[in-house]
Write a protein that binds this ligand. Sequence first.
Ligand code: MG
Length: 367
Amino acid sequence: MDLKPYAADPKKSLGRQFKETASKLRNDFQRDRDRIIHSGAFRRLEYKTQVFVNHEGDMFRTRLTHSLEVAQISRGISRTLGLHEDLAEAIALAHDLGHTPFGHAGQSALNQCMKPYGGFEHNLQSLRIIDFLENDYIDFKGLNLTFETREGVLKHCSKKNAHKLGDVGKRFIKKTQPSLEAQLVNFADEIAYNHHDIDDGYRSGLVTFDQLRDLSFFNDICKEVKIVSPTINDKQCIKSTIRRMMNMFIEDLCTHSQNKIDQARLSSIDDVRNASPIIGLSDNMVKKQQLVKNFLRKKLYLHPRVKEMTDNAHDVIEKLFKKLMQNPKIINIKNNDSEDDLAIMISDYIAGMTDRFALQTYEKICK
Ligand code: MG
């Protein structure tokens, strides 16, 4: 489909950090996406937790399946709005690369360990991976992705860090916006996890059908599903309800964002960068989204069984960090770096671990 004038255009990209010859077959955003898919960090997402620790069961979402769902939703929204699908897909596939093992529990534990050395933030770590840590190319460190993909991966950033980051940090100082493709991936991310967490929550047995029906938004749609198909069982009803809910959010996001695009009379990506945020849900759907999030927090994320998993994860990360700081030779790091550099190397190492590898290493060196 034709790109709208306010879409990101690979021909007008702000470029890569290291100049490269253009590909004969692929545009620059396609190349970014392909490099992400072929990276080691992307493969490791398969064994990293979303909500449930990877070994809890094979049917739950992992960071990999989550990222694929975010990419699928992002491509659909991009196509509807006339934006660049390849860029949205690249950002979506890379958005969670920097996650530690054990999901948010892992991140908060590593952040605590790293407090004296500048902290740890998974979003910054995703950028660090694509800019420095991937190590497959001869001519440069990282994946040497375009500015547009890098700015999309860096969702948020403190002013202090923004100053250190150079080009991609500037918008947090100037308070300008990223491309519409970057903006929409943030919403696709939320739409994906809110709905797949309901699904995983139910299939794990931690969230029941009755509890779901106490969520008014869910219950209203569930009733509609039952009118159309009165004989379906609970499981089928939940699946259909989730699909309808997702559709409502995606359709609302597209309609509301298109209205805002029209009102702002955008005619270039520069207009996008200088406008207020464009992509968004209507007020009515923002309220519904909040209801879903509150429900998930109460019933799933703070469920005693999930809490037990996350407490364990905290312990594993903390002990791994301490042990490796005391004895970095275990992972072939020499002890002659400054304490700050050592901590950053160990944090990179731990953040890169899969759930499984973190547990194995913990068993081996901390017990
Ligand atoms: Mg995500």
